[in-house]
Design a protein around this ligand. Structure first.
Ligand SMILES: [Ca+2]
Ligand SMILES: [Ca+2]
Ligand SMILES: [Ca+2]
Length: 384
């Protein structure tokens, strides 16, 4: 019976808070949201709202962990999801109210995501920082983009609106425009960090899954030595000779972690069935002119190849990449074998791992999608 009276005082407080929020609204508008660079140069001790990508857990002034997180009390954010220079990061204190939602030890999947945080712009870990947060929320990326971020409930229909109802060459042209507009391109060095997020082992956040071998290996073993993993170009970079300059050679949609030795066995071969077993990569086969990946990633490989053929049409400074029905394509801008890739797309439909990496690439890195992961049926409409 006394309940209405106990509510009255909090209700008044809530009304006051609402009025204060309304009065303060102009200073909290999106136009006043700071970039990380602005927050670093504006360490005034005043209150600010900053938007950035989550790039790790700071553990010391010059040390930011990107895997194997040790706590939930601090985040590093940056203007680029691939940032590795601590000088371009802002260290954010996570107070107890926000730890269960934002701490990386509890939420390693937050890596690469966007954070919008309001708090005091002041040093933390003897480094440019933000302390005592009063709000921490997710946000959309700051990249100018005509696309709409898909939500779990809304799907990707808005992203593909311009392709609706189209088939064949018209569909290919529409998709090319959609996936080439408003994108962010990575440096080859930034690909290392990105792959640690896109290809993270779902059951061990310290590891990545290697594409062909299927092995879960420590993120920290990236490199060029035996036993390391490196950056496999599923569309072999010699086919069209695009190398590792920013462009097709750094496009995450076809870059995957792979064991150094297995990567060198795949070399620049086209894809086809048959050959002898590949050492260290069960279920993979190879002969002189082709490579056959394990069954679980046959469709993944096919959809990466089809993406590249649509994304790269020769209207930038790179070759027009296309799929043909040959093996032994060498340095020509083609990859085969089309009939086999069509069968692999049908036999191995998009899986959770593949869909998750497509979403991470879209939301945190390149801001474009692989249409054939979202709509595998479009493969036959264009290439069948
Ligand atoms: Ca062959
Ligand atoms: Ca698969
Ligand atoms: Ca093409």
């Amino acid at each position: 019976m006394s309940r209405p009276r106990t509510i009255a005082f909090p209700a008044v407080l809530a009304l006051l808070a609402l009025l204060i929020t309304l009065v303060q609204a102009p200073s909290a508008s999106a136009a006043d949201t700071l970039t990380v660079a602005q927050a670093i140069s504006g360490q005034s001790g005043g209150t600010g709202t900053v938007k950035g990508y989550i790039v790790g857990e700071p553990t010391a002034t010059d040390t930011v962990r990107t895997s194997g997180f040790t706590g939930d009390t601090a985040l590093a954010i940056a203007d680029s999801a691939g940032e590795t220079d601590t000088g371009d990061m802002l260290y954010v204190q996570i107070t107890s109210a926000y730890r269960s939602a934002w701490g990386l030890q509890t939420n390693p999947g937050r890596m690469g995501g966007v954070l919008v945080v309001t708090g005091t712009l002041t040093a933390y870990f003897a480094h440019a920082g933000l302390k005592s947060p009063s709000a921490m929320t997710g946000g959309t990326t700051t990249t100018a983009s005509p696309t709409v971020s898909p939500t779990a409930s809304g799907g990707t229909d808005a992203y593909y609106a311009a392709a609706q109802g189209k088939t064949g060459e018209n569909l290919k042209n529409a998709l090319h425009t959609i996936i080439s507009t408003g994108t962010t391109k990575l440096s080859y060095d930034a690909v290392w960090t990105a792959l640690k997020a896109t290809d993270q082992d779902p059951s061990n956040s310290s590891n990545v899954i290697l594409l062909y071998s299927g092995i879960s290996r420590s993120k920290s073993l990236n490199g060029g030595d035996t036993g390391d993993w490196n950056r496999e170009h599923v569309w072999a970079k010699s086919h069209g000779d695009f190398g590792t300059a920013t462009g097709p050679g750094t496009d995450l949609h076809h870059l995957r972690p792979e064991d150094v030795s297995v990567n060198s066995v795949r070399n620049n071969k086209d894809f086809d069935t048959g050959g002898s077993a590949v050492s260290g990569a069960p279920g993979n086969y190879t002969d002189t002119d082709s490579f056959e990946p394990r069954n679980a990633v046959k469709g993944d490989v096919a959809r990466m190849i089809f993406y590249m053929a649509v994304r790269y049409e020769g209207d930038d400074s790179f070759a027009d990449l296309e799929v043909n029905n040959s093996t032994g394509n060498g340095a020509n801008p083609y990859i085969g074998k089309l009939s086999v890739l069509l069968a692999w797309n049908a036999a191995d439909p998009p899986d959770a791992f593949e869909k998750n990496r497509n979403q991470i690439i879209y939301s945190a890195y390149q801001h474009n999608r692989n249409p054939f992961i979202d709509h595998p049926e479009w493969v036959n409409s264009i290439f069948g």
